[in-house]
Structure formats: structure tokens, C-alpha cells
Write a protein that binds this ligand. Structure first.
Ligand SMILES: *Cc1c(COP(=O)(O)O)cnc(C)c1O
Length: 349
């Protein structure tokens, strides 16, 4: 039996409610890029229904998301051609403009368009610099078909509340984008930090899925994805013997090992080290040896378990995706987004 993931509808609703509590009267742009951070668009109905807008990265994702909702969709990467503009507009998108070439294309529109202007306040990835921003505004003012919905920016270090760059970016943004223009800067980390103005629109992503942006699980949120797999073999390993590829773990005493049918071919991180926790029959058990494509090995000497029992890899109160991320030198964003085709997804019963 293949690995499986269950998606909790009540957790989604709970997390969305936390967004509301922390963002005052701001409208909610739920970020559902990368197939809802790997949670599957067809399983996140409470988010789709409970938000004001939805955001994805590209037009491919807009087409996918349109099968689930008629709400406006914020297209984060914007458009690169007149054709793409037409396509995005036909799909009822709000279009992000983050560089002047896009502004030029949009400025010639013969149809009404909703645009969000993205400014670069220090991330130095996407966004217009201050003088480009003024040019863009001037260009758009000449075409009455262009509706500037909002000015947005993105934090570079929001996951570190104390980082001085947050204040610098925030102040620069506030200075550039002034009422009556609408504004949006807060992602999950900024919303949960509860230290900045959420302005007119918030853009939560990871927190909707019950994962903290700060690297360790957050009691205010409820994990949405639970990833599980079956024990398909149990072995006794004698002292001095090794387990798995490259002999990265050796038994220092007689050890009972469960072989679980999940690996990096399913999205479990290959970089997970020895002693990464796995939950079996409600007890934490340590990973031993390398993660392979289809299998992991876990020390179950201290518990009762049998073939056919279920192991939880992440996603409950005892074992968060944030913890697994820490043991595998990554962030939980990458883990949930990386769960792949071979894993069956369903709503939690
Ligand atoms: C992905 C993304 C977000 C959401 O970020 P989280 O850290 O997941 O809350 C917000 N804004 C933009 C522009 C994004 O690309």
C-alpha cells in the first residue's frame, strides 16, 4: 500500500480564522500556489471559500484553480506578453506588475484590467524600485481602463521577527504607498508576529496549512496535512551490523527495525538524518540509516509494532513538519510542497 496524506478541513477553517483574528479588517488573499503548498486544490475548500482573493504564481496555476472557484485570482508573476495579458484578463485575474516591461504592455490595454503594483523594498527579487514605481503610476494614470487595486511588497526576513530589515522595508513601503492607494505587505510571518500594520490586504500562505513560518510549531495553528505510510517488514539487526545504503548507521546492540514504505520518491526528505523522529503507535521512534527512494528504516526496539501498522511521518501534535524540516536541513514549506504523485490524498474523516 502506498503512502497517504490526509487533509483536515477543520484545521484549515481554524487556521483561516486565526488569520482573521490577527489581521483586523484586512481582506484575505489566500496564497495557494504550488497546488496549495502541496495540499491539493480540491481538498482546501474552506480556504477557497473563506478568503476574498486567491493567489498563485503563474497562468498554468490560474487555469487549475479556475476549476475550483470563480473568485478573483492574483497572478503573482504577472504577464510577459499581450497574449498572456488577454488570457489572464479572460480568467478574471488581478495582475501583479513587478517590472516596467509589464507596465508597458498593460498600459496599452483596451480592456479593463485590475493591477497590483509590486515594489521592491529590499528583497531585491521582484518589484519596482522607487523611481520605476513613479513611472509606472504615471503610465497607468493615462489609461482609465487600468484599475490600480493595491500596492504590494514582500519581506526578505519576516521569519526573524527581530531582524532590522523588517522595519526598514516596512517604513520604505509606507512612504512609497500612501492612501488612498490600498496596500499589502504581510505574509504569514508578518501576520503572526502581530507587530506590523496589516494594511488593506494580507497574503497568508504557510500558516493556512498549520505550519509556522518561524521554524518551530506554533500552538495557535493546527497542522492540516498528515503524512502516513505502512510498516512492510520488521528485522532484527545484530550488534555491529548496518542498515541501508552506505552503512550510515550501525547497531551498537541488538536492534529491532521497522521498514516503512515511504522514501524520497514520495517526498520524504533524503537529507533526514539518523534519529529523525517517526511516530509509530503514538510513540516517537528514531530513523536509522539513509532514506532511500521507497523505504525508510526505523528503530522500534522500545515499542510494540507489527507489519501493517501505520507510521506518521509528520502532521500531528506529537510530530510537526517543522521538526522534520529541522532534522533534514530544510524548511517545512519544502516538505509539504514536495509530497508527490505517488502519495494518495484524501480528506481526513
Ligand atoms: C508565497 C507568497 C506569500 C505567502 O508567504 P507565506 O510565507 O507562505 O505566508 C505572500 N506573498 C507573496 C508575494 C508570495 O509569493
Amino acid at each position: 500500500m502506498n503512502a497517504f496524506a490526509t487533509i483536515s478541513q477543520s484545521a484549515l477553517a481554524h487556521n483561516l480564522n486565526i488569520v482573521c483574528q490577527y489581521s483586523d479588517k484586512a481582506k484575505i488573499v489566500a496564497v495557494v500556489k504550488a497546488n496549495a503548498y502541496g495540499h491539493h486544490l480540491n481538498l482546501i475548500t474552506p480556504i477557497i471559500e473563506g478568503s476574498d482573493l486567491l493567489a498563485v504564481s503563474n497562468l498554468y496555476e490560474v487555469h487549475k484553480l479556475r476549476q475550483h472557484t470563480q473568485k478573483p485570482i492574483l497572478l503573482l508573476s504577472g504577464i510577459a506578453s499581450v497574449d498572456a495579458l488577454q488570457e489572464a484578463n479572460d480568467l478574471n485575474c488581478h495582475i501583479v506588475v513587478h517590472q516596467l516591461q509589464q507596465a508597458t504592455i498593460i498600459s496599452q490595454t483596451k480592456q479593463a484590467v485590475n493591477v497590483w503594483i509590486k515594489v521592491d523594498t529590499g528583497m531585491h527579487r521582484l518589484g519596482l524600485l522607487a523611481d520605476e514605481y513613479q513611472q509606472c503610476i504615471a503610465l497607468f494614470k493615462r489609461n482609465p481602463l487600468i484599475n490600480i487595486v493595491c500596492i504590494m511588497s514582500h519581506f526578505a526576513c519576516a521569519d526573524d521577527i527581530e531582524h532590522p530589515k523588517n522595519k526598514t522595508q516596512f517604513n520604505q513601503f509606507k512612504q512609497l504607498a500612501q492612501p488612498p492607494l490600498k496596500r499589502s505587505i504581510a505574509n504569514s510571518a508578518a501576520i503572526l508576529s502581530n507587530t506590523i500594520d496589516c494594511f488593506d490586504f494580507v497574503r497568508p500562505g504557510i500558516m493556512l496549512y498549520g505550519i509556522s513560518a518561524f521554524g518551530k510549531s506554533d500552538k495557535r495553528l493546527k497542522p492540516v496535512m498528515k503524512l502516513s505510510a505502512f510498516i512492510i517488514a520488521i528485522k532484527t539487526i545484530n550488534i555491529g551490523e548496518t542498515v541501508g545504503y552506505d552503512e550510515t548507521w550501525r547497531a551498537d546492540k541488538k536492534t529491532t527495525i521497522a521498514i516503512i514504505n515511504i522514501g524520497y520518491g514520495d517526498g520524504y526528505p533524503r537529507h533526514a538524518k539518523n534519529n529523525t523522529p517517526v511516530l509509530i503507535n503514538e510513540v516517537i521512534c528514531p530513523l536509522v540509516g539513509r532514506v532511500s527512494m521507497d523505504l525508510i528504516c526505523v528503530n522500534i526496539s522500545h515499542i510494540k509494532a507489527k507489519i501493517g501498522d501505520i507510521a506518521t511521518l509528520w502532521g500531528n501534535e506529537k510530530l510537526s513538519a517543522e521538526t522534520i524540516a529541522k532534522h533534514s536541513d530544510t524548511i517545512a514549506y519544502e516538505l509539504v510542497t514536495g509530497v508527490n504523485q505517488r502519495v494518495s490524498f484524501s480528506k481526513e474523516k
